[in-house]
Design a protein around this ligand. Sequence first.
Ligand code: AMP
Ligand code: MG
Length: 390
Amino acid sequence: MIPVETALERLTALADALDIEDVPLDQAAGRVLARDVAARRDQPPFAASAMDGYAVNAAEAERDAQFRVIGEAAAGHRFDGRVGAGQCVRIFTGAPLPEGTDFVIIQEDVHRTGQMITVTHDPGTAPHVRARGADFSAGATVSAPRLLRPQDIALLAAMNVPAVPVTRRPRVAILSTGDELVMPGETPGPDQIIVSNSFGLQAMLRDHGATAEVLPIARDTVASLQTAFAAARDADLILTIGGASVGDHDLVGQVAGELGMEQAFYKIAMRPGKPLMAGRMGGSVMIGLPGNPVSAMVCGHVFVLPVIRRMQGLEARAPDLMRAPLAAALQANGPRAHYMRATLHDGTIRAFDRQDSALLGVLAAANALLVRPPHDPARAVGETVGYMPL
Ligand code: AMP
Ligand code: MG
């Protein structure tokens, strides 16, 4: 049994960043920027009004001053002339400031009669002007690697970048194994159950930028597993579920080995998820997850997502644990790291009493994995523990 951290290092060392493709901005959210991208223009491209009001020369902007309105500037429609002493231009948010002006008196501070305005309130010192390039200048970069969030997409659009280089989505083949399994919607026999974690993992992986296909269920025979591995051959990552222990029907390791899998490790000092295996198999990374529904999902969070991050060119290191005080005491932990299903509520965290790795209902009710290191001593209410949000 190796520690979780060692397993993670060996696992992410198996994967490389995938190749790069260009995608239009409307498909770039959630993708990982693969190369730095530069702004193609200043934003704003001109000094722009930040308010509706009257553009004047700042030196003249004071209470009781009067100005003649000589024109109008609206967003998309600049005023072309020059503004002289005693003159102003009616201006709206987003309009370029006319030549000769550098200050906007907001309309609330002005009384207008015909073409004349009088400043009725102290216009203050804030010019209500967005300087040219105040947001960014041409050449400013968005640096790779970067997971593109909606706000990044908005920034790239403003930079007039219509398409971006991103890392190709990792292709994942999810291979469920077991004679007892049937697909959701099918009619199970009396000794059968429904495949569950395969779909949970598919959702998790898609959420993190991978394409993930659930392959037909492989039966607990060498021939069936061989067929399944052949169908998964083109994937960047082959995820098997189940069949990874040492029971008579646990053939995944054996068949993968016969097909050339170079095993990087097998068995990890963690609960749930001890029988985890990983290695390279042809052009793919192969991870063999334990079959218990919760184990597979927890291993997905702890081990599979960092590999997906690595393939997308991101740092593979697992994010630092969040920290919260305990709402209920914990007994001393044993020799394996324990990823406990827990709820975080009002800033405190509480582990569920039932931690059996077959209980998907408990996992679904949880919003955090409370992480206990090996041999963590008993913990009292109020002590701070680490957790991963779910
Ligand atoms: P195994 O690792 O094959 O011994 O499976 C351990 C437990 O997980 C058994 O109770 C299996 O029935 C169950 N199991 C295996 N694969 C899945 C799956 N894809 N979905 C739900 N349960 C599974
Ligand atoms: Mg099995």
